[in-house]
Design a protein around this ligand. Sequence first.
Ligand SMILES: Nc1ncnc2c1ncn2[C@@H]1O[C@H](COP(=O)(O)OP(=O)(O)OP(=O)(O)O)[C@@H](O)[C@H]1O
Ligand SMILES: [Mg+2]
Length: 493
Amino acid sequence: MLLQTKKLCKQFGGIYALKDIDFEIENGEVLGLVGENGAGKSTLIKILTGVYRLDSGEILWEGNPAEIHNPCQSRDLGINVIHQDRNLVPSFNGIENVFLGLPYEKKGGVAVDWKKMKQRVTAVMEELGIDIDLNIPAALLTPPQKTMLEIVRAMMTRSRLLILDEPTASLTDREAEMLFETIEGLKKKGTSILYVTHRMDEIFRLTDRITVFKNGQLVNTVQTADVNKEQIISMMTDNWVSEKMKTARQFGGSRLDVAHLSSRDGIIKDASFNARAGEILGIFGLGGSGRTELLECVYGHRSVAGGTVAIDHKPVGKASPANSLKQGVVLISEDRRGKALVGSLNVKQNIVLSTIDHYARFGVVDEKKEVSDARDQIDRLSIKTEGPKQPVLQLSGGNQQKVVFAKALLSEPKVLLCDEPTQAVDVKTRQEIHKLLRKRADDGNAVVFVSSDLKEMLEVADNVLIMAGGKTKELFANDGLTAEQVLACCYAD
Ligand SMILES: Nc1ncnc2c1ncn2[C@@H]1O[C@H](COP(=O)(O)OP(=O)(O)OP(=O)(O)O)[C@@H](O)[C@H]1O
Ligand SMILES: [Mg+2]
């Protein structure tokens, strides 16, 4: 046995995030950890990596009691981690971030040897087939690049235990595949792996055993070969059955028209499409194809060089987030912490943020109404929170994502642009979000939906637009459309 916990407990504000957890990881196994949003998965990881202190209970490492009071102690044991919230220092460049908590290389024992450090990082990147600019601050990296940098950091020293918390959120299939191969290679060398995800396919592909958490308690640990997906889902959710969404529908007039759009930074070269009332238009493409950047151009977050955007056939003069909001265009951004949430505000303040005008009469804010609307959204999306006044950053990763979604819905957009809206949310909420997107469309609005999960794309979108190299390439009706057809189009020159 590599690691064991005994009766581990952790409370926040009098509520148990973890209660009496007896958890075990064997040497050289890949253990999956699953549970609904807020079940306590990341909290356990933060205790094992010295970010949080446990309240009571014990951690045993190879059978001996271990003290993990800070991240260094955890790293010294050989535990490396990719945190769900991507712990990079925004102003540090790639090398500085990778060497966080590691001893710097020194010339003659004094001056920092940056060249040697860069060589070491580059060597690891080459081995993994990762290519990122190490000279720019982490704040300028895209979410997938941030994940890649965390992977590099976790690979700098030999791990006894590698912990990955939602590692594939925002990665494309190809990047994820690279990660899976790395995991399989490490397992062969005897490294134990703790893998947290809401994606059941990954759990079944990678793990030897699965541990299920529910409401801060460990429900069960099973051999992966002995169970199926439905059994795992029912262990985490009690009595929940998934329903299939109905498709085959009619569309109204165009609500969003985009013609020959290009961005000043050259990432978007030539994009044209329209989204009609009643339609969920999916946008799919490989990493770097420009999906996120296209949504940002339409919304006015990214500078546009040429082309036109029209809402309800009226050209939008200069796109800016403020203008977009006025026109009824809302963007749910992929980078929820960076762009979508205000960390210093509470849950309610975040939910009502973009509709704040609705609550002010003669300069007085109707706080009662704010709170009741926020509560409605909290119920509707089952956001796990102590209440509207809880600081938003105290919520679990998936519940933060739900807050972003709630905020967007509350403003009742005519055109809803969403970038990976179900990233990191549990299966139940994922379906709830799909239903809400469908309802938004059914009510006569247009939804533009980006997901790097092709299966999800085929479940949700009415039509699928393929992007490659900053250009829109082909539009498919999602009517018997297969993953192979989509991928063939993406990879074709
Ligand atoms: N710093 C904190 N302060 C207060 N409450 C917290 C804090 N960190 C976590 N919690 C609470 O602990 C519970 C468990 O959260 P945790 O992040 O472990 O969930 P999770 O299983 O990782 O969920 P997800 O799938 O959404 O990432 C949640 O109810 C969360 O709100
Ligand atoms: Mg989590």
